[in-house]
Design a protein around this ligand. Structure first.
Ligand SMILES: Cc1cc2nc3c(=O)[nH]c(=O)nc-3n(C[C@H](O)[C@H](O)[C@H](O)COP(=O)(O)OP(=O)(O)OC[C@H]3O[C@@H](n4cnc5c(N)ncnc54)[C@H](O)[C@@H]3O)c2cc1C
Length: 390
């Protein structure tokens, strides 16, 4: 097996980026959505990687009116009449299937209450980098069903870079080659099947090519003429999910726990985590790493959005300037997004070209978020490749 990576490091948007002694990241917030119970945790175990995932406790808290609430306490914030509706929503979240309507409309129909809508937006924003109006209720209910079944997130010891390093070791020990600084410039086809690819001015023969750069970029590498106009149109129109992450150095714990803090009442920030409560080695001794995430809606002024995120931090933590220092602000859009395909826009690993498969965060089966979706999509691709005989 040969892996071609255009950058000088492996891991794409899921690895560590050391800065001033802090383990920041190229993308991810150092969290695995279902800790060791989901598709990624299972895959890491099956591969014998030894990656330790520390379960988040509590999985998440919600900051409302300056106080932090657990999920089960949220109902106390509603009037007696609305409490009945909240209970019915909880029951539907466990038993319902949802449909095409957005999750926002689904909630609104059952409880037209500002806080309920803000809670929906911050959960979707933190988990998927889109707000509840962009997600079908069917996808949301599939996601919550997976959270009920496979439980909440965890933090890999050593951060997401530890996961990448462990996978690199498995690949290399299995005889695979990872070629860094090796940009693929074309995928060769013959008679509707894949025959190889071009990299660094050389052609390499392969009968199976698996791409994780997104279906649109994969089509471009093959040449659009190899596909029907409908297929080209369908992959060109896939919307991405964009976001902004702010990494902050702190001289004391600002959250004090290993879960997420959802911030439904903030102007832009959907949530934060403080991974050093799980793994102190992600920051210099005695310091903490706080990371915020906010959804970015393309078209908005990115500088203004960052400024609003920074204002949120100061409003959420009145002693922010005394204890915290912004280390880095990273924006993710335009081909280096949070999710290459918005959650709920489903696409399988197969392509119209025989021997060519897509994996990665554009190929997430229903209900699986972030790298759980990537791992579940990889599993589906491997099954197809086995069936193909590749
Ligand atoms: C802000 C942010 C927060 C996130 N938080 C989390 C989190 O806490 N938990 C979680 O599970 N997920 C999280 N994610 C999502 C997670 O990072 C992605 O799902 C995951 O990295 C996607 O992996 P991938 O392999 O599909 O894509 P990538 O990681 O983007 O990998 C694709 C690779 O292909 C390379 N490439 C592109 N073109 C070429 C070419 N022509 N030739 C050779 N190489 C090429 C790229 O350089 C890249 O390394 C987050 C993402 C972001 C941006």
């Amino acid at each position: 097996m040969d892996i071609f990576e255009k950058l000088p490091y492996p891991g794409g948007r899921f690895t560590n980026l050391e800065y001033q002694g802090y383990q920041l990241t190229t993308g991810a917030l150092h969290m695995i959505p279902h800790a060791e119970n989901g598709p990624l945790g299972t895959m890491l175990k099956e591969l014998g990687t030894g990656v330790r995932i520390i379960p988040s406790h509590p999985p998440g808290l919600f900051r409302i009116g300056g106080r932090d609430y657990e999920f089960r306490q949220l109902k106390d914030l509603f009037s007696l009449r609305d409490k009945v509706k909240v209970a019915s929503i909880h029951a539907m979240l466990k038993l319902g299937k949802g449909g095409k309507e957005s999750y926002r409309d689904w909630v609104k129909k059952r409880l037209n209450n500002r806080l309920a809508l803000e809670l929906s937006d911050s959960f979707c924003g933190w988990t998927l980098s889109i707000h509840a109006d962009k997600l079908s209720s069917r996808e949301f209910l599939a996601i919550t069903s997976n959270f009920n079944r496979y439980r909440g997130p965890g933090i890999p010891e050593g951060g997401c870079g530890a996961v990448t390093r462990a996978l690199v070791k498995v690949i290399e020990e299995g005889g695979g080659n990872i070629h860094l600084e090796s940009k693929v410039t074309g995928i060769q086809l013959d008679g509707g099947r894949v025959t190889g690819m071009d990299c660094g001015g050389e052609s390499h023969e392969f009968d199976v090519v698996v791409s994780n750069i997104g279906p649109k970029a994969t089509v471009e590498l093959c040449g659009e003429e190899a596909f029907s106009p409908d297929y080209v149109k369908s992959v060109s129109n896939i919307p991405e999910a964009a976001g902004i992450k702010i990494s902050v150095a702190c001289d004391r714990p600002m959250l004090g726990h290993t879960g997420a803090l959802f911030t439904p009442q903030a102007k832009r920030i959907d949530g934060l985590n403080e991974v050093t409560n799980a793994d102190p080695s992600l920051a210099p001794e005695g310091k903490h790493l706080l990371m915020s995430h906010q959804t970015y809606e393309p078209g908005r002024d990115i500088r203004e959005e960052i400024e609003l995120g920074l204002q949120d931090l100061r409003e959420l933590f009145p002693d922010f300037d005394r204890h915290c220092r912004v280390l880095m602000v990273q924006s993710y859009h335009n081909g280096w997004p949070v999710n290459r395909t918005m959650s709920g826009k489903l696409m399988g690993p197969e392509t119209p070209v025989r021997g060519l498969y897509n994996v990665g965060d554009a190929i997430k089966p229903r209900g699986w978020v972030e790298t759980e979706g990537v791992a579940a999509g990889v599993k589906a691709a491997l099954e197809r490749i086995d069936a193909y005989g590749g």
